[in-house]
Ligand binder design. Structure first.
Ligand SMILES: Nc1ncnc2c1ncn2[C@@H]1O[C@H](COP(=O)(O)OP(=O)(O)OP(=O)(O)O)[C@@H](O)[C@H]1O
Ligand SMILES: [Mg+2]
Length: 466
């Protein structure tokens, strides 16, 4: 509405200005011609008789003009204006000078009949015997003409205004309808999908093609839905793991606890009937079962500690050669009892690494425990240390010539509670999970190579001390 009204006023003003400028251009030479067609001065004074006659003729031909003769100061000497009185005695000369000097100017001058009102005009200098006597000043739109044209323009303006207002209102209404339709269409789509998702259809997503606020909203909803689904999956997998853990732990605890309970009961019930050898045997079973329970509880405690988010390694510089020599010494007796050759290569000189001593010690213990468990009599186990100065790492390999691991089981041996089918050796399957976690905390990976009946090799790198 406002725009329509503004538009009308601007158009109306512009069209009036345009018609006035056109009129001034067309009649530019009018005053000049009037000045030359007559002899305005005779003997230095205005030639009243001739002027009146001439002015009369001009106005008969063109009633929209008023003609004035001015002296050099702008004072009105003579005029012929049929409508109303002339109120000014003198008109300003500035617009007249500008008009004469600048032939392209659109300029208005004072209207002698309406003080303070400016109108388009034509003007020319008047000479008598080469003496500048004054000016011929022609007002181009007379009073009646101005009133007529203004009322025409305003009538035209109002009808244009009404039409513009009508067209603008119709257009605004249509655009409004279109916007509401677009908004509700997209909103409905979003609302439907949100309801579906809320009712449990977790794969419901909003399809968007366009760009803009709605597609941002839709994308945000889709991302949020993805995150919720991921979280649900994670919670489900955590819950599954928790159930697995409880099952495994109860199973692994039951066996040694049943043994402890059974043998302790037998010892009590058959007191006096058992010889010393039997008593020792039963007590040893109780002791080894207790050890198993303690080991299981320790391992569980260790893995839950390693898997908690706030575990931190306590790294320092130490000699890996020294650590391995000490560990091997501890295992030597056991190896000898199984006639297994246990060797360590490249320990002649100290190799220093930067790692957590206690955790790395656990890695070697677990890997050597496994190697000794799965390597038959007469076979061998070796540990190799290799310094690789180019990448600042020390690579370590623990290999045996034991039973090996089937290829299809290899990807799972680092899982918690994983035991290879057919493996009857003691153990709950937590050792390698602990090893993997410790090495992850040192930002390194562990690799395994194995061939059935040929042997197994575990290898990993550790950072060299600087
Ligand atoms: N050097 C090896 N040779 C052959 N099989 C191995 C070797 N090391 C590990 N395995 C297999 O991988 C499985 C997982 O090993 P892991 O150390 O995690 O468990 P575990 O030794 O059975 O029990 P735990 O270490 O908790 O006492 C073992 O049960 C065994 O079957
Ligand atoms: Mg083990």
């Amino acid at each position: 509405m406002c725009f329509a009204v503004m538009y009308i006023y601007i158009t109306r003003d512009a069209s009036i200005e345009y018609s006035q400028e056109t009129s001034q251009r067309l009649n530019r030479k009018l005053a000049d011609r009037v000045a030359h067609e007559t002899e305005p001065f005779k003997d230095g004074v205005p030639n009243e008789e001739e002027l009146e006659h001439f002015f009369h003729n001009v106005m008969v031909i063109n009633p929209s003009v008023e003609v004035y003769l001015l002296d050099t100061e702008g004072k009105i000497l003579s005029y012929f204006a049929p409508f109303g009185e002339v109120k000014l005695e003198q008109v300003g000369l500035d617009p007249i000078h500008t008009f004469i000097e600048d032939t392209a100017a659109f300029i208005k001058g004072e209207d002698p009949r309406n003080p303070g009102v400016y109108k388009v005009f034509s003007a020319s200098q008047v000479y008598a015997d080469d003496i500048h006597m004054g000016y011929m000043y022609v007002i181009l739109a007379s009073q009646e003409l101005a009133t007529a044209s203004e009322s025409l323009a305003s009538g035209f303006g109002w009808s244009l205004a009404l039409k513009s207002i009508f067209v603008t209102l119709v257009l605004t209404f249509l655009v409004g309808l279109l916007i509401i339709w677009l908004l509700t269409k997209n909103l409905n789509k979003i609302m439907t999908t949100v309801s579906e998702f809320r009712e449990g259809k977790l794969d419901a997503r909003i399809k968007t093609k366009t760009r803009g606020e709605f597609s941002d909203l839709a994308n945000n909803f889709n991302n949020m839905a993805d995150t919720i689904v991921e979280n649900i999956d994670e919670l489900k997998s955590v819950d599954r793991l928790r159930k697995e853990l409880i099952t495994n732990v109860s199973h692994d605890l039951r066996t040694p606890l049943t043994a402890i309970h059974g043998y302790a009961e037998t010892l009590l019930l058959m007191e006096g009937q058992l010889d010393e050898k039997q008593k020792k045997e039963y007590t040893e079973v109780i002791l080894s079962s207790t050890k198993r329970v303690i080991k299981l509880v320790d391992d569980l405690f260790e893995i839950s500690k390693l898997e908690s988010d706030h575990i931190q390694t306590n790294r320092e510089t130490f000699s890996i050669s020294q650590m391995l020599s000490d560990i091997i010494m501890k295992y030597e007796l056991l190896a000898k009892s199984k006639s297994i050759t246990l060797t360590i290569e490249n320990v002649e000189k100290d190799v220093f690494i930067y790692a957590d001593i206690a955790l790395i010690d656990r890695v070697f213990q677990n890997l050597l425990d496994n190697a000794l468990k799965h390597t038959p009599h007469g076979e061998s186990i070796s540990v190799v240390i290799d310094e690789n100065k180019s990448n600042g790492m020390v690579s370590i390999k623990i290999q045996d010539t034991g039973v090996g691991i089937p290829k299809d089981e290899l990807p799972f041996i680092f899982d918690r509670f994983k035991k290879i089918k057919g493996n009857t050796k003691e153990g709950s399957g937590l050792g390698l999970a602990i090893v993997k976690k410790i090495l992850e905390l040192h930002e390194v990976e562990i690799n395994v190579q194995s061939e059935l009946d040929k042997g197994t090799a575990f290898s990993f790198d550790l950072p060299m001390a600087k």
